[in-house]
Each structure stands twice: as structure tokens, then as C-alpha cells.
Design a protein around this ligand. Structure first.
Ligand code: URA
Length: 209
């Protein structure tokens, strides 16, 4: 698990988005800044191979490039908040979608929709889900990727806030998936919201509160 360094800078960004009085514009702007840090840290987990280039002064630079193609899969809807920063970083990146919602009666995650790049089995996958609460939906989304031939060690779960319960459940179910997060919260409350938390991320980001 990669926890972003808990610098004063990162804590200040978190302070803006955790404030219940933050405007939607501030919430989106400061969330996006954290999302960019998360995505850069996630890209750092993609293996690289040597790749030489010649610099403008005619000297060889012993550089590196990713060994494999990367694609992203946001879990609808909150995960889609991570798309704009990712597209700014990697124009043309392939993006699939997964829609999972918890059944109101059984409380179990239900898969409603999947559309993934056809060659996803050979790719490294950034699975985008800002909130890791119980871990049920995350595990269900990872299972969808594995069922499409993706290797567990090729999945990077990109996440803004994680609960200890969610992290434990995820590492039990899928021990080889790497998690990148910007905060580990204290606990879940009785409504499965994280504490101190951020409230409903999707509602605050998309303005549907
Ligand atoms: N989803 C959210 O948006 N927030 C939480 O705290 C937990 C799940």
C-alpha cells in the first residue's frame, strides 16, 4: 500500500475539501489537486524498461519508458472524478467503465454495467475509486477485471480516502493489488461513512447533494 507522504501541503489540501462549508468549486479544485498527486504516484508503480534518447547536445540519455500499456477504469460515479486529471496527464489513454451499486435489500454489491478495452488482459489497469469504505464494491470491481483476464498484480487501486476496514478487506480478497491512497481514516460509522471523512464524495464533487 502506498500512502502519500502526509506533508503539510497535502494536509492543507485535505483541510479544504473536508470542510463541510467548502463550495462545490473549491471542493472540485482541491480534490483535483490531490487526485493529480495520487495519479502520479500510481503511474510510478508501472514498471519501466531502459529507453535511450539523444539530447539536443548530441549526447545519449539513458532513459526509461513504461513496459506495458496502461488503461484506466473508473467505478461510476465517484471514480469518474479522476478522469479529467488522468486525461490531462495521459492524453489518449483508454478508459473503460464499471457500474456497481449496493442492492438495498441484500446489501451486496451488484454489477450493472461493464465496458472495458478489448485488450485489457494485457494492460496494467488503474482502477479509479476515491472512496474505500467497506471494500465490497472495490472487491467486486477487481473481480470484474480479473474475470476479463487482467492479472491481479497489474491492478493499481487509486483512492483518496480509505478506511482501515476497507483496506483490510481488500488485501484479504486481493493481496497482490496495489493501493495508492492519500489518507487512512479512523473508522466507519454506523452508516458506513468514513470518520472524520468527507461526506458523500460523489454528491459533493458533482453538486448533487
Ligand atoms: N462513500 C462516500 O462518498 N463517503 C464515505 O465516507 C463512504 C463511502
Amino acid at each position: 500500500m502506498t500512502l502519500l507522504p502526509q506533508t503539510g501541503h497535502l494536509r492543507a489540501l485535505h483541510t479544504v475539501i473536508r470542510d463541510r462549508h467548502a463550495t462545490q468549486a473549491d471542493f472540485v479544485h482541491y480534490s483535483n489537486r490531490i487526485i493529480r498527486l495520487l495519479l502520479e504516484a500510481a503511474m510510478d508503480l508501472i514498471p519501466v524498461e531502459p529507453h535511450e534518447v539523444t539530447t539536443p547536445v548530441g549526447v545519449t540519455y539513458a532513459g526509461l519508458r513504461p513496459v506495458a500499456e496502461v488503461c484506466a477504469v473508473p467505478v461510476i460515479r465517484a471514480g469518474e472524478s479522476m478522469e479529467p486529471e488522468l486525461r490531462a496527464m495521459c492524453p489518449g489513454i483508454r478508459i473503460g467503465k464499471i457500474l456497481i451499486q449496493r442492492d438495498k435489500t441484500t446489501k451486496l454489491p451488484h454489477l450493472y454495467y461493464t465496458h472495458l478495452p478489448p485488450d485489457i488482459a494485457g494492460r496494467h489497469v488503474l482502477l479509479l475509486e476515491p472512496m474505500l469504505a467497506t471494500g465490497g464494491s472495490a472487491a467486486a470491481a477487481i473481480k470484474v477485471l480479473l474475470d476479463h483476464g487482467v492479472r491481479e498484480e497489474h491492478v493499481v487501486f487509486v483512492n483518496l480516502l480509505a478506511s482501515p476496514e476497507g483496506l483490510a478487506a481488500l488485501s484479504r480478497a486481493h493481496p497482490r493489488v496495489r493501493v495508492v491512497t492519500s489518507s487512512i481514516e479512523e473508522r466507519l460509522n454506523e452508516s458506513a461513512y468514513m470518520v472524520p471523512g468527507i461526506g458523500d464524495f460523489g454528491d459533493r464533487y458533482f453538486g448533487t447533494a
